[in-house]
Design a protein around this ligand. Structure first.
Ligand SMILES: Nc1nc2c(ncn2[C@@H]2O[C@H](COP(=O)(O)OP(=O)(O)OP(=O)(O)O)[C@@H](O)[C@H]2O)c(=O)[nH]1
Ligand SMILES: [Mg+2]
Length: 302
């Protein structure tokens, strides 16, 4: 049998379930998931095998109307992912249908994907009655020449095997791109920072999650097999620091514990996690913060 390998970009509106689908395809949590929009900030690759085919899934930030510099960098990363992939999968939420955001994506899709094959995945089908899906499928296919349409629930796994099998057949012939047992190509220090950001996003309200970033500053392997990991949470305002610390440091303690537990499970060993909050008013305009996130920092306001 010949080897096949290729890239599959997962695109869609924020919250469509792209990261959930990537994790399901890979069989491990490599990309963070929350119920809030704009969780994923950079392109994250996860690797799955289907027979002799290696599928490299590229999770992207959601596509939305950007306002800030960070938003622009995220949206650029998402469209960039679509342009580089062999096949693109557009996720649309079954219960929300063709929103204004979906309309916008459809308008840009042909140009951004440069004629690459695009499959439609109607996600979260567990949230609607099956009768509703037929109309939505028809309407979407009238607006764009999708190669295929799949009805899936990324969370529960419905329809995901069909999608994976079809994608495997679409991959170009060629040697595998990653070792067979590799599931992600994100540096561990970044996965660790993302885990902490997920726990912060889950716990903090309103705008705050969008105004912080987490970086792993040091990672020390200890003789007893454990790891000491030091991370910094950058916030833009003084007041935010207090909120993250919480009353008597309760919030940061809970975040730290939740992140540490997940890290220990992921690494299969003991972790000592130390979090520090730093106020840095201009971090959203600092090139270094973007490179740490794996995003491109563009000069000027363009
Ligand atoms: N009911 C249901 N919920 C789902 C399904 N797939 C994802 N979700 C939920 O939808 C929310 C968003 O999922 P994510 O995977 O973070 O979505 P995303 O597209 O990566 O979002 P961004 O990173 O913000 O662009 C989470 O609360 C998921 O648990 C599904 O099939 N059914
Ligand atoms: Mg995501």
């Amino acid at each position: 049998m010949t080897q096949r390998a290729g890239f599959i970009a997962l695109i869609g509106e924020p919250n469509a379930g792209k990261s959930t689908l990537l994790n399901r395809m890979v069989g491990a949590k490599v990309s963070i998931v929350t119920h809030k929009v704009q969780t994923t900030r950079a392109r994250i690759r996860g690797v799955a095998m289907e027979g002799e085919a290696q599928l490299v899934f590229v999770d992207t930030p959601g596509l939305f109307k950007p306002r800030r510099r960070l938003d622009r960098a995220m949206v650029a990363a998402a469209w960039g992912g679509a342009a580089d992939a062999d096949v693109v999968v557009l996720l649309v939420e079954a219960h929300r249908g063709i929103t204004e955001g979906v309309e916008q994506i459809l308008e840009n899709l042909a140009e951004a994907t440069k004629g690459r094959k695009v499959a439609l995945a109607i996600n979260k089908i567990d949230r609607v009655k099956s009768e509703a899906l037929l109309g939505l499928t028809q309407e979407l296919n009238e607006r764009y020449p999708f190669e295929r349409t799949f009805m899936i629930s990324a969370e529960r796994g419905h329809g995901v095997d069909d999608l994976r099998e079809w994608l495997a057949g679409e991959m170009p012939e060629g040697p595998w791109l990653y070792p067979e047992d590799q599931i992600a190509d994100l540096p561990m220090r970044m996965i660790a920072a993302e885990m902490t950001r997920e726990k912060l996003t889950l716990r903090l309200h309103q705008e705050l999650p969008y105004q912080l970033t987490v970086e792993t500053e040091s990672w020390e392997e200890r003789k007893d097999g454990s790891a000491r990991i030091d991370q910094v949470i950058y916030v833009a305002r003084d007041g935010h620091k207090g909120i993250i610390l919480g009353r008597k440091g309760e919030t940061i303690k809970a975040v730290s514990q939740a992140a540490r537990e997940e890290l220990e499970e992921f690494l299969g060993r003991k972790v000592h996690l130390f979090l520090q909050v730093k106020v840095r008013p201009g971090w959203l305009e600092e090139a270094e913060r973007y490179s740490e996130m794996g995003l491109e920092f563009k000069d000027g306001n363009g």
